[in-house]
Every structure is written in structure tokens, then in C-alpha cells.
Design a protein around this ligand. Structure first.
Ligand SMILES: Cc1cc2nc3c(=O)[nH]c(=O)nc-3n(C[C@H](O)[C@H](O)[C@H](O)COP(=O)(O)O)c2cc1C
Length: 257
């Protein structure tokens, strides 16, 4: 599985369509849903970052997902909220479009963290689990975007918790700690693990797949066809190799080349 990872202010339906020939899944957003996260997003825009800030986030989500109807790529939507009800509402919209709702427990900007969104959710596993359960109740496929290298956060334990709450995908930004993907995969056998950060070619994709990831995602170069074509080919080759019998032909106890 190859996914395109959210880029706030840039990852919209048109962006997803560009990646459709290569990727399986595209996470639109992130989209701030409630008053607190929207205020934080406005502060981010004020200091020069790009953000989606439509008047009505749910109508925007509905229209963006509708624009991908029939496209050969499954849509997802990365969402931020300080409270659970907007997550449930966004998941309901996603379920209607067979889109994956992705709970953002990842963004680290101070404004979003002060509002109780993004990576602060990793320090508040009870609230994160409530978000996941509420989203899963709608029937939507649920992903949780997480990151490593946060003091005091045991990421495999958090992953196990969100899996138990009903997450279908754990999307791990491994930062510079790539082997953490193996630790997460080991404790979430029934949940797909999507590995992210620095995936650009065969070597970087296969490293994560060898750690047990079910797929990889590409963020910053997701608008570069050369990169996503290269990574898509690497993922296909990996899956093909995994499906094939061993290449060496064992007969009479001997390995024939
Ligand atoms: C400008 C920018 C905006 C981003 N916005 C989001 C976001 O809204 N939600 C999210 O989960 N990740 C967001 N990310 C993180 C990316 O999805 C990805 O996890 C990160 O860039 C590492 O992957 P990469 O090395 O393939 O870029 C953003 C990254 C960048 C550079």
C-alpha cells in the first residue's frame, strides 16, 4: 500500500488526483474542525503557514471527497479537533464517501498543541481512544496519525490502545527512529501499519516494509511524479516478492541456483 500523507493547505482533491495513477490512498487535509483548532490554524496562517480554513469544514470535506468519486484512489481525511463530537461528525462524512478518517495525533506546532490537538493527544491516550471509538462507531475506516520521539510517550503502548479502540490503520511518522515501526507492528497484528518519513525510493520504502509495515506514505514530495512512481514500483515489487515462493529451488535437500 502506498499512501500520500497530508500537507495542510495543499492536500486537496486535485492533489490526490495527481497521485491517483500511483498511490492507493490519499489523506486530504489536515482540516481543523472545531473553534479551538480553527483558531490555532488562523494563528498558523498569521505566521505564514498554509492551512485549509473553509467557512464550514464539514461541507468542505463533503465536497472534496465527492470530487474524488470514481477516482482510482481511496480518499482519506486528516482531521484535528480539541473535542470528540467534531471527530464523530467528520467520520460520518467520511463513511458516506467510503473515505478513511484520520485522527491527527501528530502535528507539533505550538498553536495546535496549546489547543489540545495534534501530538498532545499522544500524552492523553484516554481522549485519543475516545476519538477513535467515536469515529469507528460511524462505520468509517479509522486511521490514527502518530509520531515518535515524544518524551514520556510509549508509542507501541499507544498504538495498542488505539487498535483496541477500533483503529484500522496506525500511520507512524517515524522521524529519525525508523525501527519503532517494528515495535508498533509487533503489538498491532490486526491493524495495518503505514510508515512515514523520508520515503523517497526503494531503499527507504523497503526499510520500513522489512520492519513489518503494511505500507508506506509520502508527504513532502507527494506532488513529484518521479518520486511517487519510484516508491509505487518499490512497494509493488515488495508485495510481489512476498507473494512468490522462495527463488532458490530446493530439491533433495540441495539449493539449486
Ligand atoms: C507543510 C507541511 C504540512 C503538513 N501538514 C500535515 C497535516 O496537516 N497533518 C498531518 O498529519 N501531517 C502533516 N504534515 C506531515 C506530513 O504528512 C509527513 O508526515 C511529514 O512531512 C514526513 O513525511 P515526508 O518525509 O514524506 O514528508 C505536514 C508536513 C508538511 C511539510
Amino acid at each position: 500500500m502506498l499512501a500520500l500523507a497530508s500537507l495542510s493547505g495543499a492536500a486537496d482533491a486535485a492533489w490526490a488526483r495527481h497521485g491517483a495513477p500511483f498511490a492507493d490512498l490519499a489523506f486530504l487535509g489536515g482540516l481543523a474542525l472545531d473553534a479551538e483548532s480553527r483558531a490555532a490554524a488562523r494563528d498558523l496562517v498569521a505566521r505564514g503557514r498554509e492551512e485549509f480554513l473553509p467557512d464550514d469544514p464539514l461541507s468542505f470535506a463533503d465536497a472534496q471527497l465527492a470530487a474524488l468519486a470514481g477516482a482510482p484512489i481511496r480518499p482519506g481525511l486528516n482531521v484535528r479537533s480539541a473535542t470528540v463530537d467534531p471527530i464523530r461528525a467528520a467520520a460520518t462524512v467520511c463513511a458516506r464517501h467510503d473515505a478513511v478518517v484520520e485522527i491527527n495525533a501528530h502535528c507539533r506546532q505550538a498553536e495546535l498543541c496549546a489547543a489540545g490537538c495534534g501530538e498532545t493527544l499522544l500524552r492523553d491516550a484516554d481522549r485519543l481512544a475516545r476519538y477513535v471509538a467515536a469515529a469507528a462507531e460511524t462505520g468509517a475506516t479509522v486511521s490514527v496519525k502518530v509520531r515518535t520521539e515524544i518524551d514520556g510517550v510509549d508509542l507501541p503502548a499507544t498504538a495498542r490502545r488505539v487498535a483496541a479502540a477500533g483503529a484500522d490503520i496506525v500511520h507512524v511518522d517515524a522521524m529519525d527512529s525508523e525501527p519503532v515501526v517494528a515495535d508498533v507492528a509487533a503489538v498491532t497484528p490486526d491493524t495495518r501499519v503505514l510508515a512515514n518519513n523520508g520515503v523517497r525510493d526503494r531503499e527507504t520504502a523497503w526499510e520500513y516494509l522489512a520492519y513489518g509495515a503494511d505500507g508506506v506514505s509520502v508527504g513532502r514530495p507527494s506532488d513529484d511524479p518521479a518520486v511517487i512512481r519510484r516508491v509505487a514500483r518499490a512497494v509493488d515489487d515488495w508485495d510481489r516478492r512476498a507473494a512468490e515462493p522462495p527463488t532458490a529451488d530446493r530439491r533433495d535437500g540441495r539449493v539449486l541456483e
